[in-house]
Design a protein around this ligand. Structure first.
Ligand code: BGC
Length: 375
């Protein structure tokens, strides 16, 4: 993401906040009667439900959005749910009971919130799905995320280029992984990557010794790692290495949908004797988490797809301002995200590939301090 793009996003937010405050009027705080267009940030409680503190990105997401909204005068309630669906539901029910006007939800299980969102709808609350779509309910008003299919495309194209597959190189041994089966994003990540890679599996340039190459995009969940767990990814990779690579067969490439899986996979590779260098497998990732950027610098991960979570927070804060001001909420995709009940109006942000040669981008943009990355 270019600096110019970030600056324009920040300018848009600033404009949005201004609209919110210019439109301020003297209406009383409305506790759940359904009017989110009073135009006064100070009368509004925004509940922010994040899935877990265990992954770096969600901590950044939560604190950035909370800061933006409190600076703009909103009351906020930020909760993390330890990746436990019941805990997230209880937190949302509490927010509804506290009179939240808007809920921003990064769901744990995108299919588990229907009854809770029925309650939210009865209370007239506007719901924004954050990063992950909420499925099987009409009661989700907007969705803001990164181009999830595009994330997978970037991972697939990176592998394609790194191995010179279009030039006919191969065969290479590939081990593919997918994200958590309960996360709606995971199927988009996999489809984006597999649409690029599966023709090379068919041509024989990519071989999957473990046999864990899904027959079609629809079978992605068969190789999904529940809860995006690093430990589960590590044991799955260890099993594959022990069972299918025992006689000196080398793994050349691992499709990992995100950084938490990539961390576990890198551990398994290290345990099996793979060391950084020209023979280290091409390993993909997503999020540019600090530990993974350090692995990239150390030659133990080839790339990560960076999603500047600050830009997502900026966009969601803009949406909140637009909802509160009674303005049209800006979206840029009204086709892709069908949640089973409706196509949810969506704002899609662009992801960006980071490689060991381009980690400077993360520092130049202020996402990390140079010292965070040992630079
Ligand atoms: C997010 C990814 C993240 C994953 C695990 C997905 O829904 O889009 O950025 O790596 O969840 O938390």
């Amino acid at each position: 993401m270019s600096l110019a793009w970030r600056k324009s996003a920040i300018a848009m937010v600033a404009a949005g906040v201004l609209v919110g405050s210019m439109a301020a009027c003297s209406s009383e705080r409305d506790t759940g009667s359904g009017s989110t267009d009073s135009g006064d940030a100070e009368d509004m409680l925004v509940g922010i439900a994040m899935p877990t503190k265990s992954l770096e990105r969600w901590n950044r997401d939560g604190s950035h959005l909370e800061e933006l909204l409190t600076d703009a005068g909103y009351e906020t309630s930020l909760q993390y749910a330890d990746n436990k669906v019941d805990q997230q539901i209880t937190q949302l029910e509490n927010m509804i009971n506290q009179g939240a006007d808007i809920l921003v939800i990064a769901s744990i299980d995108g299919t588990a919130l229907g009854p809770t969102l029925d309650q939210a709808a009865d209370a007239g609350i506007t719901v924004i799905a954050y990063d992950r779509l909420i499925n099987d309910t009409p009661n989700v008003d907007y969705y803001a995320t990164f181009d999830n299919y595009g994330v997978g495309t970037m991972q697939g194209e990176f592998i394609e280029e790194a191995l010179d597959l279009p030039g006919g190189a191969g065969p290479f041994n590939l081990e593919p992984f997918a994200g958590s089966p309960d996360d709606n994003n995971a199927k988009f990540f996999f489809a984006g990557a597999w649409d690029v890679l599966s023709p090379y599996v068919e041509s024989g340039q990519l071989v999957v010794p473990s046999g864990k190459g899904p027959q079609s995009n629809d079978d992605w969940a068969s190789i999904g790692i529940q809860g995006w767990s690093s430990d589960t990814a590590q044991s799955e990779m260890e099993n594959r290495l022990n069972s299918f690579y025992a006689g000196g067969t080398q793994v050349d490439v691992v499709l990992s949908p995100n950084d938490s899986l990539a961390l576990g996979i890198a551990q398994a590779l290290e345990g099996a004797g793979y060391a950084a260098g020209p023979d280290y497998p091409v390993l993909t990732g997503q999020d540019a988490d600090q530990a993974n950027v350090l692995n990239m610098i150390a030659g133990k991960q080839a790339m990560s797809v960076w999603k500047d979570t600050r830009a997502l927070g900026d966009q969601v804060a803009t949406m909140v301002d637009q909802i509160v001001a009674g303005d049209t909420v800006e979206v840029n995709d009204e086709e892709t995200y069908d949640n089973g009940e409706k196509v949810v109006p969506t704002y899609l942000l662009p992801p960006q590939v980071i490689t060991p040669d381009t980690v400077d981008v993360l520092v130049d943009s202020g996402f990390y301090q140079a010292s965070d990355l040992g630079m």
